[in-house]
Design a protein around this ligand. Structure first.
Ligand code: ZN
Length: 76
């Protein structure tokens, strides 16, 4: 079995959204080698743009629905 990609380290509570400072659930790896972090809210908001510039999007927003943590979600 060959591992092609090195798994990115999981996002932690120390990883913060670049836009609002909330806990990050998405890591966006850019073609330039840079990284952007977004909370679930901003990850969704910028997803169409991010998909144009990202070479990889690590999406951990699924943890929001499984951990029952208080999400900073504005969809109530
Ligand atoms: Zn945010």
């Amino acid at each position: 079995m060959t591992t092609v990609l090195t798994p990115a380290s999981p996002l932690t509570a120390a990883d913060r959204c670049d836009r609002c400072g909330a806990q990050a659930y998405l890591r966006v790896v850019l073609a330039s080698g840079g990284e952007l972090l977004f909370c679930a809210h901003h990850g969704r908001k910028f997803e169409p743009e991010l998909k144009k510039i990202a070479v990889e999007i690590q999406d951990e927003t699924g943890r929001l629905s499984t951990t029952n943590a208080s999400a900073d979600d504005d969809e109530h």
